[in-house]
Design a protein around this ligand. Structure first.
Ligand code: SF4
Ligand code: FES
Length: 248
């Protein structure tokens, strides 16, 4: 395949960026999107040019680092698929592909396609955990969990923290991410003792990080590679409202 790539190049957080056009004349349709970028980078390095900086780690859809906007859609628009799992056979020979980083105030660009997503880490630090006393290991069956609660919790736990939901939202809202984390923990008995504190602290941290509010457009759900449901946002709103009432 022969492709034309328009890629966002930005030297560092302080510099202005712009799109630069590259030819990719020999792309194998079975390559992943990141492998295609690797090949482009090999060519740039061979010519003594600066390679394109992008994030990746697992390259199998589980770590959430590889986020980028491809032709205007976070992760490229193939349902339930991260950029690293997207293959070039989904594009057409001769196509022009535009590649840019997540665009959100809370995710400043560090370099080229890499953004700073530590705002998500700080939201998790504010309450996205379960406190456990040290001591003997409890029996695995000592704490029964209803099957429906376990399944719903695991659906939420599928969130990989990639940030596509923020990138797709016109308000740059992080509600789908936060609701997945809160849903995952508060549905399980182990997460219930801290549920009120967790909901208030995580939402307050989300606001402090300059993420926007949710206006239920559903763009987050549409691009989420783990297909996290908007229902978790409704659950979060109930959880947060109840916690505030109890605080009064
Ligand atoms: S909710 Fe989906 S899009 Fe948002 S961070 Fe989690 S996996 Fe990524
Ligand atoms: S590189 Fe880990 S999810 Fe894409």
């Amino acid at each position: 395949m022969k492709l034309t790539l328009k890629i966002w190049r930005q030297k560092d957080a302080k510099s202005a960026g712009s799109f630069v056009t590259y030819d990719a004349p020999d792309v194998n349709p079975e390559m992943s999107f990141l492998e295609m970028l690797d090949v482009v980078n090999e060519g740039l390095i061979a010519r003594g040019e600066e390679p394109i900086a992008f994030d990746s780690d697992c390259r199998e859809g589980i770590c959430g680092t590889c986020g980028m906007v491809i032709n205007g859609i976070a992760h490229g628009g193939l349902r339930g698929t991260t950029a690293c799992q997207l293959h070039m056979r989904h594009f057409k020979d001769g196509q022009t592909i535009t590649i840019e980083p997540w665009r959100a105030k809370a995710f400043p660009v560090i370099k080229d396609l890499i953004v700073d997503r530590t705002a998500f880490d700080r939201i998790i630090q504010a309450g996205g955990f379960v406190s456990v006393n040290t001591g003997g290991t409890p029996d695995a069956n000592a704490l029964p969990v209803a099957k429906t609660a376990a399944e719903e919790s695991m659906d939420a736990a599928a969130c990989i923290g990639c940030g596509a939901c923020v990138a797709a939202c016109k308000n740059a809202s992080a509600m789908l991410f936060v609701s997945a984390k809160i849903g995952h923990l508060s549905l399980l008995p182990q997460g219930k003792p801290e549920r009120d504190r967790r909901a208030v602290n995580m939402v307050q941290q989300m606001d402090a990080e300059a993420f926007g509010n949710c206006t239920v457009t559903g763009s987050c759900e549409a691009v989420c590679p783990k297909e996290i449901s908007l229902d978790f946002i409704a659950r979060l709103n109930r959880e947060f409202g109840k916690a505030l009432l109890k605080q009064k």
